[in-house]
Ligand binder design. Structure first.
Ligand SMILES: NC(=O)c1ccc[n+]([C@@H]2O[C@H](COP(=O)([O-])OP(=O)(O)OC[C@H]3O[C@@H](n4cnc5c(N)ncnc54)[C@H](OP(=O)(O)O)[C@@H]3O)[C@@H](O)[C@H]2O)c1
Length: 281
């Protein structure tokens, strides 16, 4: 299967790392970026061909023309223009997969040739280490076989959920933006350790491995049905112990409400961006 990755920044770069680690051959991938400097850096990092729009105005069209699956990984405001740009270069059966927040299927289908298969997705960056989460919304012209092929590709790097388009902003609030919440938590756990006198490298290591261990334990217990997040939290809290005191601080500082507000703010921002993008097309 030939894969084109148009735009190779944080997200498409993470997906590509996941693909290569899961056995996709670098020879089967052609990527693009806007600048020549970025293309050189990404080609050296991943060992794939990266064409730069700055060097060749036809870069995106050339990469798309050869592909069975085309991942659109530019910023949301660039997606419709990119669809228009590659429209006539795509093979009719090539599946276009957007990773962009807020750009709905209709906007992309309207910009592409009638009948071109399009899938809207919301991935997250832990796909790079095989632990990602992806929401997939197959468009009207996508066959079950095409959905299965894209599911298979991404499923080798994480968990894939096929969802309705109405659910994608909520999914974005949890799993699309969510890695940043966990990184933010780790960042501040480590900073507190430094305030308490720990060496910064030790504090960062303790925070990182604690988030990793808690995450792995949470997923294993979730899959087996043995315990949910609340039960695992309670198991760390000895009555009148250290953790109970710490959780009391999180609660009295409004962390539960803040987390709910953060997830909703991400989902709301996605909807707001969709409305803005609709006005522009
Ligand atoms: N970051 C995340 O965690 C995440 C999660 C889920 C979804 N997304 C979605 O992923 C998309 C990309 O976000 P990102 O964070 O990866 O952004 P990013 O790091 O800024 O990457 C954007 C990439 O697009 C390239 N580019 C820009 N215009 C181009 C053009 N006309 N032709 C070819 N390449 C072009 C850039 O090239 P240069 O480097 O040369 O400028 C860069 O490689 C967004 O739509 C976002 O909603 C991101």
């Amino acid at each position: 299967m030939r894969i084109a990755m148009l735009g190779l920044g944080s997200m498409n770069g993470a997906i590509l790392s996941g693909f290569l680690a899961s056995g996709v051959s670098a020879d089967d991938v052609v990527a693009t970026s806007r600048s020549a400097a970025s293309a050189r850096a990404r080609a050296a990092e991943h060992g794939v061909t990266v064409l730069a729009e700055e060097d060749d105005a036809e870069a995106n069209r050339r990469a798309a023309a050869e592909a069975d699956v085309v991942f659109l990984g530019v910023k949301p405001h660039g997606i419709v223009a990119l669809c228009t740009e590659i429209r006539d270069a795509l093979r009719p059966e090539a599946v276009v997969v957007s990773v962009a927040a807020a750009v709905d299927l209709q906007m992309m289908q309207d910009a592409l040739r009638a009948g071109q298969p399009v899938i809207r997705s919301m991935p997250n960056t832990p796909l790079s280490v095989g632990l990602g989460v992806v929401g997939l919304v197959p468009g009207a012209h996508v066959t079950a076989d095409q959905t299965d092929r894209v599911k298979g590709l991404l499923g080798a790097c994480g968990a894939v959920h096929v969802i309705d388009e109405a659910q994608i902003d909520a999914l974005t609030g949890i799993s699309g933006s969510g890695p940043a919440y966990a990184f933010h938590l780790a960042e501040h756990m480590a900073a507190a350790g430094v305030e308490l006198g720990l060496d910064p490298a030790l504090a960062a290591d303790l925070a990182a491995r604690t988030v990793q261990g808690a995450g792995t334990m949470l997923v294993e217990n979730h899959i087996s049905g043995a315990a949910d997040a609340a039960a695992l939290r309670r198991a760390v809290c000895s009555p009148n112990g250290t953790t109970e005191r710490a959780i009391g601080q999180l609660d009295s500082h409004g962390v539960p409400e803040a987390v709910v507000a953060a997830v909703k703010a991400s989902a709301d921002r996605a909807a707001e961006m969709t409305a803005q993008l609709r006005e522009q097309v």
